[in-house]
Design a protein around this ligand. Structure first.
Ligand SMILES: *Cc1c(COP(=O)(O)O)cnc(C)c1O
Length: 489
């Protein structure tokens, strides 16, 4: 029997009552596309030999439901919200920092209509888009900085590097915004070192995920990489020996996703700054995850913030907007006003600039910092969540999901800052370790991913681990239900 002849035509399908109803709701074109997709799938299943006559009859009896599903998929969003139960606060694959409520309120308020993005309301003339955030960065990185950093904690807890310029940041720190930190590094290198040499330690020639490699970015910028030292040891004298009349810049790159331990040596930033100042060369530090918040307050030491860098005399710092800052994707370039000004007038800046949505989200995020409203920034709130609070929530969840089918243990574990802060930067936490009697850990994790909204969890040693640090407290209820459903077979 020719199975293909059993298939209805698109027109026939469209005329059936159930499908006609869909046409009324979603329009002829979209429904016809869905019908075509379903029919073509059936055709390929026939040709692959998956469908015999009986199976085809069954499939045809369900064809309307298949069209409905296909239509929902085609007209639904591909980018979806999900529940991050991994405990990795800045998870690059899961969108890094969730932005503050005030950030999307500000987007809604300014992006759905016209705004003064580049318009000076006072003079009625053309303005600059960076003024909206530069004023806040100036506040955060200069005059109020001491107070900001010591909020709640004695100053002594802050690791401060002392540079040739002494304590405190000069009054002329300026900031510009580009698409991401990779773009920030590109623009800074191109502006300050095109055609010249940049000295960098072999221990800092890093690759961040997503093929950001310092040597590649450097060659795209037109600067020539001058590697010094060895993978594990670089001394200040190595830099000194490499400097010649083509040298334009000393570069320091944060080891965002790896550590070198054992027999190691790296000059301090202060030493680097002192050398650079002697020779009148600028120092650029690619911090990656530049924090504007004192991480010592949440028990994370030795992770330099943007202010630490500027205080120790680094001329230009580059960092991401959506890492520890907790804002939208962006690349920030902060530092000496004269150098930032050069970057602003580089034609590359025009190609790398960000749009009004980013400025709105960034302005709202920075305002939360200015107001010391750290709880408004989700990543900061997650970092500050105490283990006791997580235990409290984990116990409540355990009571609600523990069953014949699902065994729950509470285990000590560690949440990760992630997103290119030091790999050892962890926060103590408690995880729910789930064992389902009828499913393997990987099967349970797959079911959780297939739920709506999807739940992303860690699998370790045959258990599914749920870390509530990265779950918003208001998601606990729905998470409970999704866990129960996933374990129900
Ligand atoms: C994350 C990171 C980058 C890349 O930043 P994006 O904002 O993702 O472009 C570059 N350098 C370092 C050191 C980083 O940690």
């Amino acid at each position: 029997m020719d199975l293909y002849r059993e298939l209805p035509s698109v027109d026939e399908l469209l005329r059936s009552a159930a499908i006609a109803e869909l046409v009324a709701q979603e329009g002829q074109a979209a429904v016809a596309d869905a019908c075509r997709a379903v029919l073509s799938r059936l055709r390929s299943e026939i040709s692959a030999g998956y469908l015999d006559s009986t199976k085809l009859t069954l499939a045809l009896s369900e064809i309307q439901a298949a069209v409905r599903l296909e239509l929902a998929r085609a007209l639904g969003y591909s980018l979806r919200r999900l529940i991050n139960a991994t405990g990795v606060i800045l998870h690059t694959n899961l969108g890094r920092a969730p932005i503050a409520q005030s950030a999307f309120e500000h987007i809604r308020e300014t992006a759905g209509t016209y705004s003064n993005l580049e318009f000076d309301l006072e003079s009625g003339e053309r303005g600059k888009r960076d003024v909206h955030v530069d004023r806040l960065f100036r506040k955060l990185l200069t005059e109020e900085s001491d107070e900001l950093r010591s909020a709640g904690q004695p100053r002594a807890a802050v690791p401060t590097r002392t540079g040739g310029r002494g304590e405190g940041v000069r009054g002329d720190t300026s900031t510009i915004v580009v698409n991401n930190n990779a773009a920030a590094v590109l623009l800074a290198l191109n502006t300050l070192a095109e055609g010249g040499e940049v000295i960098v330690s072999r221990g800092e020639l890093v690759e961040i995920g997503g093929s950001f490699r310092i040597p590649d970015v450097m060659s795209k910028s037109g600067a020539v990489l001058r590697e010094v030292g060895t993978t594990n040891r670089t001394r200040i004298s190595d830099y000194e020996k490499a400097i010649n009349d083509r040298t334009r810049l000393l570069l320091r790159v944060h080891r965002s996703n790896f550590e070198i331990t054992g027999f190691t040596e790296q000059p301090s930033v202060a030493e680097l700054v002192a050398l650079a100042q002697k020779l009148k060369l600028p120092v650029l530090e690619d911090l990656g995850s530049g924090a504007l918040f004192d991480l010592a307050q949440v028990g994370i030491q030795n992770e330099p913030g943007v202010l630490d860098s500027l205080r120790s005399g680094v001329d230009i710092v580059t960092y991401s907007g959506d890492k520890l800052l907790g804002g939208p994707q962006a690349g920030l370039i902060s530092g000496r006003e004269d150098l930032v000004k050069k970057m602003r007038s580089n034609s590359l800046f025009r190609a790398l600039r960000v749009d009004k949505l980013t400025y709105a989200a960034l302005e709202a995020t920075l305002l939360a910092y200015v107001k010391r409203d750290y709880n408004a920034v989700p990543t900061l709130r997650m970092m500050q969540t105490s283990k006791a609070e997580i235990i409290h929530r984990a116990e409540a969840l355990t009571r609600d999901i523990q069953s014949q089918k699902l065994r729950v243990e509470l285990l000590d574990s560690e949440s990760l800052l992630g997103g290119g802060s030091a790999p050892s930067s962890t926060l103590p936490t408690i995880v729910l370790a789930l064992t389902c009697y009828s499913l393997s850990a990987n099967e349970l994790a797959a079911r959780l991913r297939a739920s709506d909204p999807p739940v992303i969890a860690r699998v370790e040693e045959g258990k599914v681990l749920i870390d509530l640090r990265t779950v918003f407290p208001e998601q606990d209820k729905v998470l409970t239900q999704l866990l129960v459903n996933a374990a129900a077979v």
